[in-house]
Ligand binder design. Structure first.
Ligand code: FMN
Length: 334
């Protein structure tokens, strides 16, 4: 019987200090192919838009794209559940990549609360995958998900314009965060994305205060809540990182500039597998003597207005889907 606990430990040690998803997936496919007897194919299909695209694998060349809902992989992805197929020839709509395959197991993989892709394993034996394999592989995938959530997509199949456009479409405001602190380097990347935002006359008339200190964050949350008519236990929804953006009132475009900074940050957070939300009332906070003094103490002198908070953290639960876009908001002049 396969020792899946040992396999999980091997996966962790192979993935230590590896930040590229493609590297982890490649080694994982090799690890499984090597460790599990009687396989003829082990690898990944990654969700790209509305279809699964072939990822790293060990085995014969395989089908490149699979539509959601089609074949065992597409069905497992669509149903969001592990599918064990004792006889692939009896599975309606089975997509035969290797004619030697007779049984198959497919497990969905989630990263950042969203479907990332599937692990697909084929065997030339009928009924190869037992309940022990199913449970073991589910726990193995659970470990993979944790490891992948700390890495960066390699986007092997995406063009850079796809990545940007997907991030714009898929980003949503998150209202349930885990308390775990995101990696410092990811927070820095999000801040950097804000620093690269367009600004009126290129004057970069904004500053960002990055709050990761829990005591300060909780105080800010309490102060923010005091400016809101709605009663709330935490206006930042438990997000552990609060990036406050302020605009220099001397510059005529400071509010637009600050808004773009936060927009860039939210997209960057999404691209890194983190959640974010814009929370308002930074203006009121930084009109108080307490927060004016806070700025002065840090040498941030002059007239600054709080534009907003970009709250960032790991998403707790499923991210929401976008509301339908309201119609009649675009007017062409051709
Ligand atoms: C200027 C601005 C202020 C916002 N302030 C808050 C806020 O104080 N509290 C909150 O829960 N959401 C706030 N949001 C988030 C919006 O509610 C959210 O963007 C909107 O519902 C659309 O959802 P989406 O971001 O998922 O598309 C704010 C968004 C913007 C752009």
């Amino acid at each position: 019987m396969t020792d899946y606990g040992f396999l999980c430990r091997q996966l962790c040690s192979l993935s230590e200090n590896v930040t590229e998803q493609i590297t982890i997936l490649s080694n994982t496919a090799a690890l499984l192919s090597d460790a599990l007897p009687d396989l003829n194919w082990a690898g990944f299909y990654i969700l790209c838009g509305n279809e699964l695209t072939l990822g790293p694998f060990v085995g014969k060349p395989a089908c490149v794209k699979i539509t959601l809902g089609k074949g065992v992989c597409g069905t497992a992805a669509e149903r969001n559940e592990t599918i064990v197929v004792p006889d692939v020839h009896a599975f309606p709509g089975h997509i035969a990549c290797d004619s030697a395959s007779n049984s198959e197991i497919v497990l969905p993989i989630h990263v950042g609360g969203k479907l990332f892709g599937v692990l697909d394993i084929d065997s030339p034996l009928y009924d190869r995958f037992t309940s022990h394999d199913k449970e073991g592989l589910e726990s193995f995938v659970g470990n993979m998900e944790k490891i992948l959530s700390l890495t960066h997509a390699s986007h092997g199949t995406h063009t850079s314009s796809d990545i940007v456009l997907d991030a714009i479409r898929e980003r949503r405001s998150i209202r349930r965060f885990k308390s775990d602190m995101p990696r410092r380097e990811d927070i820095e990347k999000i801040i950097e994305a804000g620093l690269y935002a367009a600004s009126g006359k290129g004057l970069q008339a904004t500053v960002t205060i990055a709050v990761t200190n829990k005591e300060f964050r909780d105080m800010l949350a309490a102060d923010n809540a005091s400016f809101w008519s709605v009663e709330t236990p935490d206006p930042f929804f438990c997000a552990p990182v609060i990036l406050i953006v302020l605009g220099n009132k001397k510059r005529p475009t400071y509010l637009y500039d600050g808004s773009l900074v936060i927009g860039n940050m939210m997209l960057a957070a999404h691209a890194l597998g983190l959640g974010s939300i814009w929370i308002h009332r930074a203006k009121q906070e930084f009109e108080t003597p307490k927060y004016k003094r806070f700025l002065e103490e840090r040498g941030i002198l002059g007239e600054w207005e709080g534009v907003g908070h970009c709250c960032v953290g790991y998403i707790d639960g499923e991210p929401p889907t976008a509301a339908n876009r309201r119609k009649n908001r675009v007017f062409w002049v051709d």
